[in-house]
Design a protein. Structure first.
Lengths: 127, 230
């Protein structure tokens, strides 16, 4: 979704540089906030203040809503052992290996590792 | 951002605040497989997991099965349910199918999915508060009633650890809790309000507090931290 949505606004994204923001606007700070929030780090208040100064209060609310949504989504996916949808397996095959995602415990739930290939419309995978 | 500012900003999103309030209270209602009292106990247990010594030791270990012991439990839920709630809360990326099968054998498949859905929904609401430095909500009031234990029609093995609706028109993650439709509704409402927002999900360009690539970057970061393959 990160790659597809970046392409939609004709923006370059570097998935191999996820830890430093992947070239997304204010990406490095957003990653720091997500990490601090998810881990409950002691610098969370400070990072949140810094983020607010860059993206505004509504941006912080959006970031918090996203962190918490994916904390839940990750848990329900991991608890139920759902497989990666076929289209999603194909769409992500080229970078899963590079990023080490295939080594995650949950990878064993998916039968097919997919064939690298971009979907014409990635949203159709979820419809 | 101070606590006051966070609360003030939240007031700008009345819809999100209203969804939190009503979903939170409904989490305490009697479910299809667990009573209201048991569901509230599970929510309380999930918060306890964050300060559980065993969970802390396990999260540091190479494998969670290398550390045995008892959880710092505060409820009378069955031991398998307590272990499930603690591990789902503190170490979700290292759950295994073998372990899940043992829990399911002990508490039933439907009860397993309902508990997973309650805890995942609760985690979203609690995590949101922690993200903004807001206090956690008081526990919801436990509703009366007895679970009817009715398994829905149209569910079966679609390759996950648990049964799901066999209607493949939805993505797998959208069907994860379909074995417990009455609780799944709460899960859907909270995810819709936080992230997908109905038809907006199909648009790759969003007009929100953050751009869609920014939102997806945050999502990817959290999923990587949790080592979530999906």
């Amino acid at each position: 979704m990160l790659r597809a949505s970046s392409e939609a606004i004709r923006s370059e994204v570097d998935l191999a540089r996820l830890e430093v923001g992947a070239e997304v606007e204010n990406g490095e700070l957003l990653v720091r906030y997500a990490e601090s929030a998810a881990r409950g780090d002691s610098d969370l208040d400070k990072v949140r203040e810094e983020l607010a100064s860059r993206v505004g209060q509504l941006g912080v609310i959006e970031a918090a809503a996203t962190v918490s949504a994916f904390e839940g989504l990750n848990r329900i996916a991991d608890a139920t052992g759902i497989q990666l949808d076929a289209g999603l397996a194909d769409e992500s095959a080229d970078f899963r290996s590079t990023l080490g995602l295939d080594a995650y415990s949950g990878a064993s739930s998916t039968d097919s590792q997919g064939t690298p290939g971009r979907a014409g419309n990635v949203m159709e995978i979820f419809s | 951002m101070t606590l006051t500012n966070a609360e003030a900003a939240l007031e700008l999103d009345e819809s999100l605040a209203a969804t939190h309030e009503q979903v939170w209270q409904r989490l305490g209602n009697c479910g299809t497989w667990w009573t209201g009292r048991e569901r509230v106990a599970a929510i309380s247990e999930a918060r306890q997991a964050l300060i559980c010594s065993l969970c802390s030791e396990r999260s540091e270990a190479l494998s969670p099965v290398m550390v045995s012991g008892e959880h710092d439990s505060i409820s009378n839920l069955p031991p398998a349910a307590i272990d499930f709630v603690h591990r789902l809360t503190t170490d979700p990326g290292r759950l295994s199918e073998k372990w899940a099968s043992q829990v399911i054998e002990s508490i039933t498949e439907e009860a397993y999915v309902e508990l997973a859905t309650v805890i995942s929904t609760q985690y979203v609401i609690d995590s949101f508060a922690r993200c903004l430095g807001l206090p956690l909500r008081d526990l919801p009031k436990a509703g009366d009633g007895m679970p009817n234990r009715i398994r829905p029609d149209g569910v079966g093995d679609v390759g996950a650890w648990v049964s799901q609706t066999i209607d493949k028109s939805l993505a797998n993650v959208s069907r994860a809790a379909s074995l417990v439709p009455d609780t799944e509704i709460l899960w859907r409402e909270i995810v819709q309000s936080h992230y997908s927002r109905g038809p907006q999900f199909a648009d790759l360009v969003w007009d929100r507090g953050l751009t869609r690539p920014q939102v997806e970057l945050v999502a990817s970061t959290v999923s990587a931290l949790n080592e979530c393959f999906y």
